[in-house]
Design a protein around this ligand. Structure first.
Ligand code: BGC
Length: 739
């Protein structure tokens, strides 16, 4: 999203003479009353049908032309129209001033919060806490719905194996299993049990599909993945979202192996609707229909529209090709009217499922909006989830938590007091003024006997190093230095790919200079992607990965730094040593020549193959021990289920939470299998000394593979089991799958 691009949208005036008059709104019925949809469809002109498929964006409010189109029945919904007053007024126009009175879908990108900004999705994924993720999605839905939004373009469920890709910040990281669990949690959080509820919005799983596979990590770039990688890696979170009841799916900008998603019939019709039985709405991405021309698979706007509609893309976001160019093609017999009707039915069914024919305002009122936005309980939730999202990467000699013996704390760095960076790349209506910066959080928590001093040191990306000397002097006079370094909010997200993964600008220089003072250093990395902080990982005693934690950034960080809570986040993505290792991910294949001391094996001559920090990794202020790994049986049948149990004990002196992780490896199969694949996880809160037995269930879903004919099957053979606190090491066992 770019604000600039959001302007200048629907600016054409279509002059079609349609009958005026106020319509009848469909009577109250649930769910999506087919009969009524059919009778409504029977009354629609061809232009009105395409109007339902037209999704323009507003620049703050609908323009006079857009309102005219709306009155003519030529708009099915708007995106970026928010606020109870404005949405109510626009819905009123739709239902009382257009001939058929069909209410509008009102879509908005509620990526990590509407007004209360929660941690970025990558940070939320670091909690490995589906309940927390569902709770923030629900709170975001509550706010958005109160402001008249009835549809969100979230969750973004793209698996990302390349941290150069800026949109890694919007998703759940690299793993299809974790990504699937969190995709379902978000869909449940947004939609609740009933889409008609005033705190529910329809969810959109995006971007379908493999958008994260962009070559070179460059946004919008070509993707060329095999059907196997699609099915094993990129598609599972979409399937989970569909199974969780997501009302819509958004097609992706990229091509896969020569076919752009907006023209990929196999993907949208055969797989999504056929194989997965998805019956909801498919929406294009922003000008995704028009971009079929850029891809070079359509020679005109009309051809692009025909291709996308026939692919199964129901709604045309922003291109306004369907409504402009396709009626003529239907009249010329080039597009069957049944194809149009099927798409219109799905749009009307979504509106009915949201209850818009009964209450076009979906419960939004100005009073409700005022009461709900940035509600104290939402801020409280933001702080709780932000704490859980913090990942402690290194803590030599138990430098953290900070103790009262540290009388002077020097807080240093360009992100230490930056309010907008804390809000991340897509804060919705979040206001930087509401954000608590790390400096503010540390000041608020430090209390009496501790002096907190601050120096910016340098800018985020500038090359000016003049401020480093002051920061060094400040650190010299302090008992500890907390350096908050990393990326601005807009350095990740859409169209924000990077070619390097280090600290930007002269921040590395600042870090090394402060570390050189001898004052103990805590490095807090605030970023929308994992950063390859290789020097720090060797020299800086404490490293905290704080991502972008939203409105409560500073409080949550202080809670962890001062030890009010023990850190419990785990990496949802591998941290590389250098950009040269990318793509790097834990669930890689073994190859025929796995790396070893032998020269002719799969490795680099100038860098270890291992990551800087592995997937699933994260430290605590306490310690955990795993023991008594047990399997419920030594073997199971292909359809059978196995229970894996393990006892986790908090062996340290303080309370903490551990994320117990189960990984599987199929030793010999008809196709190659990952060295490990996550198959279960559980967050286990434990008091000092406390033990708990954790159970995981393993069945066909985790054991199955796509054979050489792409048939999903569970093959006989030996399976290795690993259980522990990261994707490396852990307790091991094995079992057999027997026919
Ligand atoms: C993004 C989508 C987003 C849409 C609408 C596009 O540029 O790729 O993720 O939902 O804009 O804002």
């Amino acid at each position: 999203m770019t604000p600039v691009r959001r302007r200048n949208t629907l600016c054409i005036v279509i002059t079609l003479a349609l009958g005026g008059g106020v319509s009848a709104i469909l009577p109250a019925q649930t769910p999506a009353p087919r009969r009524n949809i059919d009778s409504l469809l029977a009354r629609m002109t061809l232009e009105e049908k395409f109007g339902q498929l037209n999704l323009p964006s507003v620049d703050n409010r609908p323009s006079a032309e857009q309102l005219e189109l709306l009155r003519k029945g030529l708009v099915g919904g708007f995106l970026n129209l928010t606020g109870a007053a404005a949405t109510r007024e626009t819905q009123r126009v739709a239902v009382t001033e257009s001939r058929l009175g069909i209410p509008l879908l009102l879509g908005y990108d509620v990526i990590h919060g509407y007004r209360t900004t929660f941690p970025i999705p990558l940070a939320e994924a670091s909690t490995w806490d589906p309940a927390a993720v569902e709770a923030t999605a629900h709170a975001a839905a509550r706010e958005a719905a109160a402001a008249g939004v009835n549809w969100t373009f979230a969750p973004m469920v793209d698996v990302a194996r390349d941290p150069r890709w800026g949109r890694i910040s919007e998703g759940a990281g690299e793993d299809p299993y974790l990504g699937s669990v969190l995709a379902a949690a978000r869909v449940h959080g947004f939609q609740g049990a009933d889409l008609r509820a005033p705190d529910a919005v329809m969810a959109t799983a995006k971007h379908f599909a493999a958008y994260g596979g962009a070559e070179g990590g460059r946004d919008y770039n070509t993707v060329d993945v095999s059907e196997r990688t699609l099915r094993e890696i990129y598609l599972p979170p979409f399937r989970a979202a569909v199974e969780a009841g997501a009302g819509s799916i958004m097609t992706s900008f990229n091509e896969i192996a020569g076919t752009p998603s907006h023209a990929n019939r196999w993907l949208v019709t055969a797989l999504l609707r056929g194989e997965w039985k998805f019956s909801g709405l498919v929406v294009s991405d922003w000008t995704g229909v028009e971009e079929l021309r850029g891809h070079g698979v359509a020679g005109s706007r009309a051809d692009a529209g025909k291709l996308a509609l026939e692919t199964g893309v129901d709604m045309d976001m922003v291109s306004r090709i369907y409504v402009d160019d396709l009626p003529a093609l239907v009249r010329a017999g080039r597009i069957p009217v049944a194809t149009v009707d099927a798409a219109v039915r799905r749009v009307l069914a979504a509106k009915a499922a949201l209850g818009l024919f009964d209450d076009p305002y979906h419960g939004a009122t100005v009073e409700r909006e005022q009461a709900v936005l940035l509600a104290p309980e939402h801020r409280k939730l933001a702080r709780e989830v932000a704490r859980e999202a913090i990942v402690l990467l290194r803590n030599e000699a138990a430098l953290l938590p900070l103790t009262s013996a540290r009388h002077t704390v020097a807080v240093i760095g360009p992100l230490a007091d930056d309010k907008s960076a804390a809000l991340g790349s897509w804060p919705g209506h979040g206001d930087p003024r509401d954000a608590i910066t790390p400096l503010e959080g540390i000041r608020a928590r430090a209390g009496e006997g501790t002096k907190v001093v601050y120096a910016k040191g340098c800018g985020i990306t500038d090359s000016a190093a003049a401020g480093i000397a002051d920061a060094v002097a400040l650190a010299r006079g302090a008992d500890i230095a907390v350096l908050v370094l990393g990326e601005a909010g807009d350095m990740s997200g859409e169209a924000a790919s990077r070619s390097t993964l280090g600290l930007p600008g002269v921040q590395e220089q600042l870090l090394e200079a402060v570390q050189g003072t001898g004052t103990p250093v805590v490095l807090v990395v605030m970023s929308g992607r994992p950063l390859a902080v290789a020097w720090a990982a060797e020299h800086v005693p404490a490293i905290v990965q704080a991502w972008q934690l939203g409105v409560e950034t500073g409080h949550a960080l202080a809670d962890v730094l001062f030890g009010d809570v023990s850190p419990s986040g785990k990496l949802p993505v591998t941290v590389p040593r250098s950009v040269g290792q990318v793509p790097i991910y834990y669930n890689h294949k073994n190859t025929g020549r796995p790396p070893s001391a032998e020269k002719y094996t799969s490795k680099y001559i100038d860098l270890p193959v291992s990551p800087l920090f592995p997937f699933g990794y994260g430290l605590s202020y306490t310690s955990f021990e795993y023991k008594d790994l047990k399997l419920s049986a030594p073997s199971i049948t292909p359809n059978g289920k196995l229970r894996v149990s393990v006892t986790v004990t908090n062996t340290g002196a303080r309370e903490g939470a551990e994320v117990a992780q189960l990984y599987l490896h199929d030793e010999v199969a008809s196709v190659t299998r990952p060295v490990r694949a996550l198959a279960g996880f559980q967050r286990v809160p434990l008091k000092a000394g406390e033990s708990r037995t954790v159970d995981f269930e393993v069945g066909a879903k985790q054991l199955g593979l796509y054979d050489q004919n792409m048939k999903f099957t569970v093959e006989p053979g030996r399976v290795r089991v690993f259980v522990g606190g990261s994707s490396v090491g852990g307790l091991e066992a094995e079992f057999e799958v027997r026919r």
